[in-house]
Structures are given as structure tokens and as C-alpha cells.
Design a protein around this ligand. Structure first.
Ligand code: FAD
Length: 433
């Protein structure tokens, strides 16, 4: 444990140093709203092409929903942690080029039934149920009109509820509320991790970019030539703007567009629902799990956590994941309610003795954070095209980017990065015309 962590005690996050020493330009070519993965990717691309850029960030830090904090001297991701879809994830490609400390995520996990290791037959039944669900959704998405992903799930026996719960967790909403056509478009396999945390990696990539922190954007005026962007810290002019703020923030009308955005764009923004996925970070030296970075599936009791990542980075830290129904139940309750819940669920599976030295350190609440309001954006049934609607620029001056626009990597830092680069590339071509 480092000295700082020791002084603050268990469970108190220690901020990592991030930020930039480059002064933002007053009248850049391109203004970028938001210094998360999409904003950082866009800025790097534009600067590499010789354009001037200013990033306006509402928070006092960069990284957005990728954030690493230190607990007991160990870096833990409070937002994005997995590098999903390795072969198509631009953060993986860049990570290998930069010789970042990437490691492949193990494919084998733990499977427990009522606190004892599941038998081979039980484990095979769960695998079969997953395969059936995936096949059913992929086939139905090709053949039918869009509908709720849950509607096409075949009867899957006792494992069906578990499969639906896990898919609901990674979707951010129960499958009844997720577009069938959108769901299977997501690439999820071949995952990696990065030592030191994904949030710290994204922050490294944003180092030395011209970023104005604590500058929430209030208005974007595109009535004349170029754009005027109004922040709490002053007004900037640029030729174009890239808006990377989460959809749930845009839905709150935190940014006024003058003139108003076209109806189709407004409808697309308001079409998304808030995906909810929250971590409860646990320190559990005596946990029954062995091996680094394994997913654990616990079944057979009244309550089964939809997600549990064990021995993160080969340490006693674990993530107990909360899906939307569980997280919503903690709104309006005290900050420790998720901690008690995680302990109670694990006690139900493994007994009270097994959790004697389990400490719940921190639970996230991205769904209530004014600058995110969700973990990611979800497409409800029937609204499949809205990700693509937002890819078209408005008046050749306003581009949208961020995880919500990615078709194959939605809800991920890699998808946000991909979309930031796409928007930046289109602006370079547009300004060259
Ligand atoms: C708990 C959790 C776990 C997750 N796990 C994973 C995972 O394992 N792997 C993965 O790839 N993804 C994961 N995700 C999703 C991933 O974090 C996001 O998809 C990604 O970080 C989004 O990047 P972005 O640039 O689109 O948005 P953000 O990172 O949210 O960036 C947008 C930025 O805009 C800023 N902003 C908002 N409003 C304004 C304003 N008015 N003015 C100026 N700035 C503003 C925000 O402060 C923020 O910095 C997880 C998310 C959560 C919450």
C-alpha cells in the first residue's frame, strides 16, 4: 500500500494525476465537447492532421466513463475495465503499437451452484442455454421486424433465467427493453485487460491535449458561419464541433442548440434509454475463487449476481456487478445499501463464515452522475436505426460521436474511440473541400 492510500484508509479513492499542460486555443478549427474516449480520439486524429482543437470538458478530470482510482494502493477501474472485441477494438490496436501492458482475458470462468463448484453436466447445460439464446437472437434478427430481444428467446429450461440476466446486465437493460436488431450486432469476444486500468490508459492517451477542464458547454450556436460554443468559462468559435456528451446528458437539454437540431436528430437522441451497469468493488482475501480475472457464475439460490469478476489483476479485489433492476432499487437509499446487498448475496451462496473478511469498498452510481446519467446508451425495440441517424453531420458543422453511435462496439470505450476517429476523419475531409 502506498503512503497516500494508507493515510486515507481502505475504500477511499486516491485520484490519479491526469490533465494537460497545453493551453487550449480560443478560436480553434474544431471544438470538441467532452474529454472521454471519443473526444480524446477525435482530438488526436485532428491534431495529427494539422488542425487546431480545443476540448471542453465539464468535469475536473478527463476520461469520462473510463476512470481508474487507487484502492489500498491498487488501481481499480470504476467505469470501463474490459477491452472488448480485441480484433476490432482500436484501443487494443493502439495499445499493442504503444507497447502498453495488455493481457488476454481468460475464457474459462467459475461456476458455482449453491456455493459448491457446479458439475460438468450443470456447466454444459448453461453453455447450451447460452448457445441456444445466441442462435435464436441472431437468426430472428435476420428474419423478422425489430422487436424486444427477450421475445425470441426459446424455452431454455432452468438455465434460461440466468442467460437472460447476464445478457440483460451486459446490455444495460432487461432484454424486454432491448432492440433485437441492435443486440446481436455487438461484438463481444476476444477480450483483453490492461495493467494499471483502462481508465488510466485512456487518461494517458489524453495527456498533453489542449483541454479546458471544468468548462461545461451550455449552448452551441450554429446560426451563422461555423459554430459559437458557450461554456461556463467563456465562449469559443470554431469551424465545426464534435459533441461527445452521453445521450442521457443530451436528453436533459444541458446543451441548447441554436437553432434547434432537426427533428430527426432530436428524435434519435431521445430514442435511447439509459443503460445501467454499476460496480461494487470488493476486497475479499478469502474468496473461494482461484486464478486471475475470472468471471464467476453463481446459481441455485434465491439471488444470483448477474456478474462477478474475481481476483482482478490477481489481487483480492472483485467486482460485484449491479444490473439495472438491482441498481434502481438503491436509488434514494444510503450509499452503503449496495455494499450490504453484495454481502448478503454472497453470504447466501457461501455462508457467513466465508465473507468474514470481505469488505465492500465502493459502489459506483454513474446513472446519477450529472455528466453521464447512464453507463451507456441502449436502443429500445423498434428504434434500431437511431445510432446511424446521428452519424450524419448537422449543417456540415455539428458532428456527434461517442459510444452510442457505434454499431459493432456500442457501450464500450473502443466503440467511443472508433466513433471519435470517424467524426474527426469526416471533418478533415469536409474542411478540405
Ligand atoms: C460501470 C461501467 C462499466 C463499464 N464497463 C466497460 C468495459 O468493461 N469495457 C468497455 O469498453 N466499456 C465499458 N463501459 C462503457 C464505457 O465506459 C463507455 O462506453 C465509454 O467510456 C464512453 O466514452 P464516450 O467518450 O462516448 O463518453 P464519456 O466517456 O462519457 O465522455 C463524455 C465526456 O463528456 C463530458 N461532458 C458531459 N456533458 C458535458 C458538457 N455539457 N460539456 C462538456 N463536457 C461534457 C463528460 O464529463 C465526459 O468526460 C462501462 C461503463 C460503466 C459506467
Amino acid at each position: 500500500m502506498n503512503d497516500d492510500a494508507a493515510k486515507r484508509g481502505v475504500g477511499e479513492p486516491v485520484p490519479l494525476k491526469t490533465g494537460s499542460s497545453i493551453a487550449p486555443a480560443a478560436d480553434p478549427d474544431v471544438i470538441i465537447v467532452g474529454a472521454g474516449s471519443a473526444g480524446i480520439a477525435a482530438a488526436r486524429h485532428l491534431i495529427a492532421q494539422g488542425l487546431t482543437v480545443t476540448i471542453l470538458e465539464a468535469r475536473a478530470r478527463i476520461g469520462g466513463r473510463a476512470l481508474t482510482r487507487s484502492f489500498k494502493g491498487h488501481p481499480l477501474d470504476l467505469g470501463a475495465h474490459w477491452l472488448h472485441a480485441g480484433p476490432i477494438n482500436p484501443l487494443v490496436k493502439l495499445g499493442f503499437e504503444r507497447r502498453e501492458p495488455l493481457r488476454r482475458a481468460p475464457v474459462d470462468g467459475h461456476f458455482f451452484v449453491r456455493g459448491r463448484p457446479g458439475s460438468r453436466a450443470e456447466s454444459a447445460a448453461l453453455d447450451r442455454a447460452f448457445a441456444m439464446a445466441d442462435r435464436a437472437m441472431t437468426q430472428a434478427a435476420k428474419a423478422h421486424e425489430d422487436q424486444a430481444a427477450a421475445k425470441v428467446l426459446p424455452p431454455m429450461g432452468p438455465q434460461g433465467r440466468r442467460v437472460a440476466a447476464i445478457h440483460g446486465l451486459v446490455s444495460g437493460r432487461p432484454l424486454e427493453e432491448v432492440s433485437l436488431h441492435d443486440f446481436p450486432s455487438m461484438e463481444y469476444a476476444d477480450n483483453l485487460f490492461i495493467a494499471g486500468g483502462l481508465g488510466a490508459y485512456v487518461a494517458r492517451l489524453g495527456k498533453d491535449l489542449p483541454i479546458q477542464l471544468e468548462a461545461p458547454v451550455r449552448a452551441i450556436d450554429w446560426s451563422g458561419l461555423g459554430v459559437r460554443v458557450e461554456t461556463a468559462a467563456g465562449t469559443l468559435r470554431g469551424k465545426a464541433v464534435i459533441v461527445t456528451t452521453p445521450m442521457a446528458v443530451l436528453q436533459q437539454d444541458m446543451i441548447r442548440f441554436m437553432p434547434a437540431l432537426p427533428n430527426a436528430v432530436q428524435e434519435a437522441i431521445h430514442g435511447f434509454t439509459q443503460g445501467v451497469y454499476e460496480h461494487v468493488a470488493l476486497h475479499w482475501p478469502d474468496s473461494p475463487f482461484r486464478g486471475a480475472d475470472r468471471l464467476a457464475s453463481l446459481t441455485g439460490t434465491h439471488r444470483a449476481p448477474p456478474g462477478l469478476l474475481t481476483c482482478i489483476d490477481n489481487t483480492p479485489f472483485h467486482f460485484f456487478e449491479l444490473d439495472r433492476p438491482a441498481a434502481a432499487g438503491f436509488d434514494g437509499r444510503d450509499a452503503h445499501a449496495p455494499h450490504r446487498y453484495a454481502r448478503a448475496v454472497l453470504a447466501e451462496h457461501f455462508g457467513h463464515r466465508a465473507i468474514r473478511n470481505l469488505t465492500a469498498l465502493h459502489s459506483t452510481a454513474w446513472r446519477n452522475d450529472p455528466w453521464s446519467r447512464a453507463s451507456w446508451a441502449v436502443v429500445p425495440p423498434g428504434l434500431y436505426p437511431i445510432r446511424d441517424t446521428l452519424k450524419a453531420p448537422v449543417g456540415e458543422r455539428i458532428w456527434f460521436a461517442g459510444e452510442a453511435l457505434s454499431r459493432a462496439q456500442w457501450g464500450t470505450a473502443g466503440g467511443a474511440w472508433e466513433e471519435g476517429e470517424r467524426a474527426a476523419g469526416e471533418i478533415v475531409r469536409s474542411l478540405a473541400r
